[in-house]
Write a protein of this length. Structure first.
Length: 169
């Protein structure tokens, strides 16, 4: 490995792939940053590992530090999830009061934007829609992704969809 510099040669496939690996690692850290992340320490760790140098920190120290940071991140995630769950419950409670909103036993809420006259399909809210209908569905987190969250959708998010039933095949 060559000495580290901030002006790498990106004219070759190898240079571009190397840069891409760094972009991927950087993106992962940006999207889920540990508290107090230090880019210089990350670069030192990458460089030392890649060049076969001995670790500057003992395994015991690393393990203890990872545990502390993991606990901080878990507490932050739990607080965010609880806040999102509360916001979702409040949204659904207010939305249920709106004229034209129907709440099903499962907690799913919908409002008919356009009523269709055609045949009806076979999935909860969809079973109630006639062909040509257009509805807005308000899906409680328990019926959606729950505590997991997916991609850019945080845990305990209420999902809102506009659904138009064009045809049943």
């Amino acid at each position: 490995m060559s000495e580290f510099n901030f002006s790498p040669d990106l004219s070759s496939d190898e240079g571009r792939v190397s840069y891409g690996i760094g972009r991927q690692l950087g993106g992962q850290l940006r999207d889920n940053p540990p508290p107090g992340v230090d880019l210089n320490a990350i670069l030192a760790g990458l460089t030392d590992a890649f060049t076969g140098q001995a670790s500057r920190v003992s395994e015991a120290e690393l393990g203890a530090s990872f545990k502390v940071i993991r606990e901080i991140m878990q507490a932050e995630a739990a607080a965010k999830a609880e806040a999102a769950a509360g916001e979702g419950r409040a949204y659904l409670a207010e939305n249920a009061k709106r004229e034209g909103v129907t709440v099903l036993a499962s907690g799913l809420q919908y409002e008919v934007l356009v009523a269709g006259e055609g045949a009806k399909p076979s999935v909860e809210a969809l079973q109630l829609m006639g062909t040509g209908s257009k509805w807005r569905l308000h899906v409680p987190s328990e019926l959606a992704y729950g505590a997991q969250g997916v991609g850019s959708i945080p845990p305990h998010s209420v999902l809102v969809f506009d659904v138009e039933l064009l045809d049943i095949l």
